[in-house]
Design a protein. Structure first.
Length: 91
C-alpha cells in the first residue's frame, strides 16, 4: 500500500493542505448590475407570471375547460420568458 502512495506522490507531488487550495471566484458575488428600472419591470413581469400560473392551474383542476387553462398557462409563460430574456441580456 505504501508503494502505491509513493508512486502517487512521485507523479502528483506531496498532498496539499486544504487551507492552501486556491478556490475559484464565485460568480454570484459579483455586484448586481440591473438598473432599478429593469428590476421593477422584472418584478412586475414575475408577479403577472405567478398570478397567471395560479389562475391557469385553478382553471385546469377545478373546471372542465382544460384547453382554456392551457392557453392561460401558455400566456403566463410568455411573461416569464420576457423576464428571463431581460435577466440574461441584462438590459
Amino acid at each position: 500500500m505504501s508503494k502505491q502512495i509513493d508512486d502517487i506522490e512521485e507523479v502528483y507531488g506531496p498532498p496539499v493542505p486544504e487551507d492552501d487550495i486556491p478556490h475559484p471566484k464565485r460568480h454570484n458575488l459579483e455586484p448586481f448590475r440591473d438598473s432599478s428600472k429593469t428590476r421593477v419591470l422584472r418584478f412586475w413581469l414575475n408577479i403577472i407570471f405567478l398570478v397567471g400560473a395560479i389562475i391557469g392551474l385553478v382553471v385546469y383542476f377545478y373546471t372542465d375547460e382544460k384547453e382554456m387553462a392551457k392557453w392561460i398557462l401558455l400566456g403566463s409563460c410568455v411573461f416569464k420568458f420576457v423576464e428571463l430574456a431581460l435577466r440574461i441580456l441584462k438590459i
